[in-house]
Write a protein that binds this ligand. Structure first.
Ligand code: PEP
Length: 254
């Protein structure tokens, strides 16, 4: 029996309004307790408002990305140092949209993880294979490569002990095609086995989220799986009622 704490994370991507910030925080604060870690990732411009609204609740706030550098002449970028100063606790790193649309490589992602950790923030590292990679039987090679670049450094086990990993098959993100609970469990278990090469003890403690078209009606079955510790939710995290139902299903599951 595992004692890993559940986490439910909502990635708003480039969506949301100040009104939604208030509605979402109020809905979650009124209907959840601190039985799980609930983290919201709005766009940068709403972070300050959300941190303010979530004060005195158990809801944490994070950013969807950050710069690889901590300061300097990088127009348009936002650093982990700034996110820490404003009260963020988490940063998503390596989301598949950033890998695919903005050319983020495994090496850049690893550098961003290091930047995030140098600021006492928790990275939520996203990994996942495309449909073609899964069909070609390359899933674990892809996932292992994405993880190894982050972990194959002298401080690898410290990084592992402090980060959250989100397994998000690219073919399931925003497509309505969720991985079956069995397929997600099998992949999570293989990821945990790979992590055990760095430290069997830490591998058992790492929070492994599933992401990819999680909705209120599939959250319960997914969260009953032994290696699924919660969710990274995109589209459904923009609807307070649906996101609350996902949080409740995740808390109840397993
Ligand atoms: C995501 O953006 O991380 C995600 C999983 O999106 P969706 O839930 O919409 O598939």
């Amino acid at each position: 029996m595992t004692n890993r704490r559940k986490m439910i994370a909502g990635n708003w991507k480039m969506n949301g309004t100040h009104k939604l910030v208030a509605t979402m925080v109020n809905t979650l604060a009124e209907n959840t307790t601190d039985q799980a870690d609930i983290v919201l990732f709005p766009p940068y411009v709403y972070l300050s408002d959300m941190i303010h609204q979530a004060k005195n609740t158990s809801i944490a706030v994070g950013a969807q990305n950050c710069a690889v550098h901590l300061q300097g002449a990088y127009t348009g970028e936002v650093s982990a140092t700034m996110l820490e100063e404003m009260g963020c606790r988490y940063v998503i790193v390596g989301h598949s949209e950033r890998r695919a649309l903005y050319g983020e490589t495994n090496e850049l992602v690893a550098q961003k993880v290091a930047a995030v950790m140098s600021c006492q923030l928790t990275p939520v590292l996203c990994i996942g294979e495309t449909a073609a990679q899964r069909e070609a039987g390359e899933t674990m090679t892809v996932l292992q490569d994405q993880l190894a670049v982050v972990l194959n450094r002298s401080e690898g086990t410290t990084i592992l002990s402090k980060m959250v990993i989100a397994y998000e098959p690219v073919w399931a993100i925003g497509t309505g095609k969720t991985a079956t609970p069995e397929l997600a469990q099998e992949t999570h278990s293989q990821i945990r086995q790979f992590l055990a090469q760095y430290s069997p003890v830490i591998a058992e403690q790492v929070i492994l989220l599933y992401g990819g078209s999680v909705k209120a009606d599939n959250a319960a079955a997914l969260s009953s799986m032994p290696d699924i510790d919660g969710f990274l939710v995109g589209g459904a995290s923009l609807d307070p009622t649906q996101f609350l139902l996902i949080c409740q299903a995740a808390i109840k599951g397993r």
